[in-house]
Design a protein around this ligand. Structure first.
Ligand code: GLY
Length: 400
């Protein structure tokens, strides 16, 4: 009995040392500048192949080489201009800035049309938001403020949250975990000349999401269905996940990131704790190779498809957390985890290199619809660029 105990603890030490060693090896191979440089070159090559700024890259499936393009109304339309802005930020190359401006302009109409869904935030903040951050162009600011007001029209004060998907009549009022990301537009607008109500809407939305979509074990539902007349929570639904009670990887990471900046903007500790709990749950369930399966509970795991986009979003969210948490051990934990994800995404196993026009391979879009499985998807590239730039700035700050 004693001997068995000794053998087990010996084995545990070996496993821990091996995984520590291999994690060190993973991050040691990361060269942020080189990866950014090759991403910039690739983005420059891709943009030359695009004929119209109103048709934007979305995904590459089935071993195709080139992006399939979507119109401005698609929920992913803002990510390509966002990638261009990040490529400009990384390189300072004026020719990329011109392309970023060109692909940003068509998104404007989203801000002024009546709101179709919560994706206005992704569409306008990733394009115009980055454009304004990098250029200070006042015309961009106007579009952002208009977009925030348009997004706010989806708010239902009885429920206390934004109606994320009005086009789904089976849920009279639904709020999805992804919608957390679009609160950043509202928080930004409230600080930059927009109505203070936008802040109140964002805070209330985060609170309703925290109380209803985050389960007691700190995994998240994709969608919460509410009674639009009484505000009562009806049930949590999987939608893009495997099952109502499963843990959909990208949803978990939208939550990590969204609650982190909701704390940054409000100072509410319960939002910070929600983000760290969601992050800890994600880390606890992560497979040893550091990239999640599309849904942690797909019975096909370990043979289920991966989702590199979730890894890229997790990296951004955890770098944000590393700045926000006060405890040094926690800072290191989230920083090292994020750096590890970025390092793994930067290897040949995940970089597309010459395989296709995208930066990354192996993301999963909508598995239940059998759509974009093991594909290149534009939001994976967007958050990968964001994560690389964030990490570069943080590494420089650490050295200074
Ligand atoms: N916002 C939709 C998705 O994450 O697939």
């Amino acid at each position: 009995m004693k001997c068995t105990k000794k053998v087990w603890s010996g084995l545990l030490i070996v496993i821990l040392l091996t995984s520590c060693f291999s994690e060190k090896k993973e991050t040691a191979s990361l060269n942020i500048d080189k990866t950014l440089e090759s991403n910039v070159l690739k983005t420059k090559a891709t943009v030359k192949t695009l004929k119209s700024a109103s048709r934007l890259p979305r995904s590459i499936e089935n071993n195709e080489k080139n992006w399939s393009l979507v119109p401005v109304k698609d929920w992913c339309s803002g990510f390509w201009p966002g990638v261009l802005w990040y490529a400009y930020e990384a390189s300072g190359d004026e020719s990329i800035k011109k392309e970023a401006e060109k692909f940003t302009i068509p998104i404007k109409k989203i801000a002024y049309k009546s709101a179709l869904d919560h994706d206005i935030g992704f569409q306008v903040y990733c394009s115009y938001g980055n454009g304004y951050r990098l250029t200070g162009n006042e015309a961009y600011k106007e579009v952002l403020l208009a977009a925030a007001d348009t997004l706010a029209t989806l708010y239902n004060p009885i429920v206390g949250s934004i109606h994320s998907w009005p086009m789904k009549p089976q849920y009279p009022h639904n709020t999805i975990i992804d919608n957390m990301m679009n609160l950043e537009l509202l928080f930004w607008a409230a600080k930059n000349g927009g109505s203070k109500t936008l802040y109140d809407i964002a805070e209330s939305h985060a609170e309703v999401t925290m109380k209803n979509l985050v389960r007691p074990d700190y995994s998240a539902y994709h969608l919460g269905s509410f009674d639009d007349k009484t505000g009562a929570f009806i049930r949590g639904v999987a939608h893009q996940g495997y099952a109502d009670d499963s843990m959909w990887a990208r949803g978990q990471t939208w939550g990590i990131y969204g609650f982190a900046f909701s704390y940054r903007e409000t100072g509410r500790e319960d939002f910070l704790n929600t983000s760290t709990h969601l992050a800890d749950k994600y880390l606890e369930r992560l497979p040893v190779d550091g990239i999640p399966f599309w849904d942690f509970d797909d019975p096909k795991v370990p043979n289920a498809p991966k989702d590199a986009s979730a890894a890229a979003i997790a990296a951004c969210g955890m770098l944000e957390l590393a700045v926000l948490v006060k405890d040094d051990a926690l800072k290191n934990k989230y920083y090292n985890a994020a750096k590890r994800f970025i390092s793994i995404l930067s290897t040949d196993a995940y970089m597309s290199n010459q395989k296709n026009q995208a930066l990354l391979l192996h993301s999963t879009g909508h598995h239940p619809k059998n759509s974009e499985i093991d594909a290149s998807i534009i939001y994976a590239d967007y958050y990968f660029m964001e994560a690389l730039l964030r990490l570069k700035k943080m590494e420089e700050y650490k050295k200074s």
